[in-house]
Design a protein around this ligand. Structure first.
Ligand code: CMC
Length: 425
């Protein structure tokens, strides 16, 4: 596997040979696993230069602004595929044939209902809880309701759990919303497509007919699709790390949801809208741009910058197109927040600070605007991200559990006290 070798020269020691592996795309990787035996650890806070695993699922070239799922560019998937087909692709490695797709979609849409007891479980939460707090709890609790399929060594069990999670996430997400506004839970309708059914469970009530708007349903589907996977990001790495201990998949996905909640990750879409509201008027944009550039001010422009993309986030481009379609459909072209967003984007893209640091709008910059236009409250934005990201988390978990893996156990550079004597008192 390793054609090339690196030499690590440490003063006064024999050189240490380290194998170099070549992937199909991306930088070569130096295998440092033998260093522990030589008395060294590598130091890489934030895992900036660490490949924690080998994977065949997703590839990102941050410099080019390229995102591939199983080799297919995200732009092509967003144009020609749909969310459930992309789920299939992530889980099984290939696009489905039309029969396979029909069977997969039918199976996902047949398992949308959740155990009736989960309704009671919801009632333990305060109605004003943050929806992500409820999601972390409810998804983790699924292990208590579906323990017939928790044997992670059984491939069929892994399959059933994967399907259950994809089927039931929209139902749970809509239940979180309904609970927060005191409306009755809406049972899923399996004759609708995945995105239509989600809108139906979110916005219908038993008192009135509700027909999902096809333009909004398509935009919703694309929001899910554009979030479906993103390589070894913080939440996916969390799912892998939790999974490496042999924890059940519901617990692992719940830990991924917890990691996603932070404003530097999935919480950014919520933070974008809050920031636009705080800016409030186009005349104040410059002031906020200056604050973002000020080293002594912790404020950052939410929805800008990315650990990996040092170019336009390719997901943001597609999201922007859908954003325009949704706003046109709803007659919201003159929305004041959107105007602030567009002006902010223009000013930031022309500003020396943002150009020099390669800070471009990311997916969250536009997803928040679309979701708000559809009528989804800001606190639910990260829940939508979690729903969309579920197949990615599961695909990575399945890839790890289905292959060879060890428990994840990072080491440290210890800088605390050396051993000392407990004082006599
Ligand atoms: N506004 C102002 N300055 C920024 C921003 C920003 N949004 N993002 C990065 N910088 C500056 C940062 O201060 C640093 O400057 P310096 O080199 O002078 O110290 C430089 O750019 C590099 O930033 P970093 O924090 O070292 O970069 P990172 O890779 O650790 O952080 C990030 C990436 C996404 C956390 C960060 O860009 C950020 O906080 N952005 C705002 C939050 C956001 O939109 N997050 C969503 C990410 S996309 C969704 C997802 O995949 O989860």
């Amino acid at each position: 596997m390793a054609d090339k070798k690196a030499q690590l020269i440490i003063e006064g020691k024999d050189p240490i040979e380290l194998p170099i592996y070549e992937g199909t795309l991306g930088p070569d990787v130096i295998d440092v696993t033998s260093l522990t035996a030589q008395g060294y650890f590598t130091y890489d806070p934030g895992f900036v230069s660490t490949a924690a695993t080998e994977s065949k699922i997703t590839f990102i070239d941050g410099g080019k602004g390229q995102l591939l799922h199983r080799g297919y560019p995200i732009e092509d998937l967003a144009e020609k595929s749909d969310y459930l087909e992309t789920c299939y692709l992530l889980l099984y490695g290939e696009l489905p044939t039309s029969e396979e797709k029909e069977e997969f979609v039918a199976m996902i849409m047949r398992h949308t209902m959740v155990h009736e007891q989960i309704h009671q479980f919801f009632h333990g939460f305060r109605r004003d809880s943050h929806p992500m707090a409820v999601m972390v709890g409810v998804v983790g609790a699924l292990a208590a309701f579906y323990h017939d399929s928790l044997d992670i060594t059984n491939q069929r069990h892994r399959e059933i759990t994967a399907h259950r999670l994809i089927s039931k996430m929209p139902t749970l997400a809509a239940m979180v919303y309904k609970y927060s506004i005191g409306q009755p839970f809406v049972y899923p309708r399996n004759d609708l497509n995945y995105a239509e059914n989600f809108l139906y469970m979110m916005f219908s009530t038993p008192c009135e007919e509700y027909t999902p708007n096809p333009v909004l349903a398509k935009a919703m589907d694309r929001v899910f699709l554009l979030h479906a996977d993103h390589e070894q990001n913080a939440s996916t790495s969390t799912v892998r790390l939790a999974g490496s201990s042999g924890a059940n998949p519901f617990a692992c996905i719940s830990s991924g949801i917890a990691a996603l909640w932070g404003p530097a990750h999935g919480g950014a879409n919520e933070a974008v809208l809050n920031m636009l509201e705080e800016i409030g008027d186009e005349s104040r944009i410059e002031e906020f741009i200056e604050r973002a550039k000020d080293k002594n001010d912790p404020f950052r422009l939410m929805g800008f910058g990315h650990r990996v993309y040092k170019n336009y986030d390719p997901r943001a481009k597609v999201m922007k197109e859908h954003c325009d379609q949704v706003l046109a459909e709803l007659g919201l072209g003159n929305d004041p927040l959107l105007k602030i967003a567009m002006k902010l984007e223009k000013i930031a893209l022309e500003d020396e600070y943002f150009i020099e640091k390669k800070l471009y709008p990311n997916v969250d910059f536009y997803s928040g605007i679309i979701l708000k236009a559809i009528g989804i409250p800001v606190e639910m934005f990260t829940v939508i991200f979690a729903l969309g990201r579920t197949p990615g988390w599961i695909a990575h978990w399945k890839e790890m559990i289905g292959g060879s893996y060890r428990i994840g156990r990072p080491r440290q550079l210890y800088t605390g006290h050396t051993a000392r004597t407990y004082p006599d008192k």
